[in-house]
Write a protein that binds this ligand. Sequence first.
Ligand SMILES: Cc1cc2nc3c(=O)[nH]c(=O)nc-3n(C[C@H](O)[C@H](O)[C@H](O)COP(=O)(O)OP(=O)(O)OC[C@H]3O[C@@H](n4cnc5c(N)ncnc54)[C@H](O)[C@@H]3O)c2cc1C
Length: 131
Amino acid sequence: MEKHELVIVGGSAGGIQAAICAQKHHGLKDILVIRMEEKAMVPCGIPYIYGTLGAVEKNIMPDTLLKEAKLKVGEVVSIDRAAKKVTLKDGQEIGYNKLILATGSNPLQPPIPGMDKKNVWFAWKNTDYLQ
Ligand SMILES: Cc1cc2nc3c(=O)[nH]c(=O)nc-3n(C[C@H](O)[C@H](O)[C@H](O)COP(=O)(O)OP(=O)(O)OC[C@H]3O[C@@H](n4cnc5c(N)ncnc54)[C@H](O)[C@@H]3O)c2cc1C
């Protein structure tokens, strides 16, 4: 089973900052960041995609910020704290010494009449959806 000194679930603003901090301030070298999306959005830039930026591709968070940390695209579906491992949706198991959860949030969709109409949109931080 693949195993890492630090596994971070979430590769957006919080997860990337956690990886930078672990490298810079704690000297960790073996870090794996797992996130569901291939490319992470700069969330604060989402409104500007449809204005000054003009394109989803211009609002991608650079993975170079991760420096030496490795990146894996996948969904963590369970955590076994006793065995110190996470399991991905595809069945892959990954062991850890330390685990950080930076899984963020998704937009709440309140049950307001009309929410299901064609031109009601949500700010999902997902490149395909935003396209
Ligand atoms: C339109 C918009 C504008 C904003 N503007 C500002 C602003 O101007 N200033 C400001 O400070 N903040 C702003 N924010 C808030 C900011 O986006 C959030 O504070 C920030 O995104 C939180 O980062 P996060 O890493 O905690 O979570 P998220 O950005 O939600 O990222 C969560 C990460 O966890 C991953 N993940 C979740 N579950 C799993 C799983 N089971 N397995 C694997 N990976 C998983 C996701 O793939 C993702 O990579 C804005 C947000 C939006 C939507």
